[in-house]
Ligand binder design. Structure first.
Ligand SMILES: [Zn+2]
Length: 71
C-alpha cells in the first residue's frame, strides 16, 4: 500500500470493507486482516464472479438434501 493512499469507503459491512482509492486508482477490499487491491475494472468483474459463485453454491446446497434422501 503506497504511503499516499487515502482510500474512501464505498461500502462497509461486518465481513468486508470496500474502499476506492483515488491515489492509486484502485479498489481496496479489506476482509479481516487481508487487504486486496484491484483495478476498478477487475473489481466489477470480481463482483460478478463472486455473485456467480454464490449462485452456483446456493444451487448446489438446494439440490444436496434431495440427493441425500435418494442415497
Ligand atoms: Zn491506494
Amino acid at each position: 500500500m503506497a504511503a499516499s493512499c487515502r482510500p474512501q469507503t464505498v461500502f462497509e459491512s461486518s465481513t468486508v470493507d470496500i474502499q476506492h482509492c483515488p491515489d492509486c486508482q484502485m479498489i481496496h477490499l479489506t476482509m479481516g486482516s487481508i487487504t486486496m487491491r484491484m483495478s476498478e475494472h477487475h473489481f466489477s468483474q470480481f463482483a460478478k464472479d463472486i455473485s456467480r459463485g454464490l449462485f452456483e453454491f446456493n444451487t448446489d446446497s438446494v439440490s444436496q438434501p434431495g440427493l441425500r434422501v435418494m442415497m
